[in-house]
Write a protein that binds this ligand. Sequence first.
Ligand code: 9D3
Length: 265
Amino acid sequence: MRIDVVSLFPEFVAQCAAFGVVGRAVERGLLSIHGTNPRDHAEGNYRRVDDRPFGGGPGMVMLIDPLRRAIEAARSAAEGPVRVVYMSPQGRRLDQETVRRLAAEPRLILLCGRYEGIDERLTRAEVDEEISIGDYVLSGGELAAAVVIDAIARLQDGALNDAESAVQDSFEDGLLDCPHFTRPVEHELGAVPEILLSGDHAKIARWRRMQSLGRTAERRPDLLKGRELSKADAALLRQYREASMSTPETVADATEPAAAGPETG
Ligand code: 9D3
């Protein structure tokens, strides 16, 4: 897959793709990432890429033509159809389903805005889809593009090693991860749950599933809404809730419903 990033800071995105799983996917030739700078397609001594918004107000808007030429350069840099995605606070929120859909494209152009954004006429003419990565304010689309690239790279065939793929598969089911422990067994911060030391793999798998279900129900109930649990999962979730009723920390929480857990801040 080929991804072209149209950005005033193309090196920024390239750097994000230089390490770890994404870097490995690039080295293995599963993915190539290219930057195109609209500044290189701007005119005049000043190479302007932005101007003041019609109607007044603060901030600047990116000019149509340098961006349009940059998109055109990226489009014709390789063969084949390209989906143009504008990283934008007005976009649909990114989720794993969208990542899977984009990962299946042969080519993408990720358009990154700066300032207040791009001229709406360019969006209408060139953009197939607008994507946001969440409800918080960034300074531009570059970090959002890096997020999309990272998530896409992981889904390219051969990008993950066997262990990474197994973990990916087991959590493509829309639940939060179970807790993890490593050495030492005994530590001043506590002991490792005994069941994980039992060697009973079926029992361990059930315990992990129970933890995943329980933590999802507690921390992200939205992920379980409108989802029918299997009889086995429903039983595990009941078991998790019964167990947590009898642990001291949870009893304390139950007496203070306003107290947020450490991760829900
Ligand atoms: C403070 C500026 N805001 C005026 C009301 C609007 C605004 C313009 C440009 C807010 C953010 C940005 C830059 N953000 C992105 O380009 C962006 C983004 C984001 O801010 N949050 C989540 N996903 C994305 S994708 C691109």
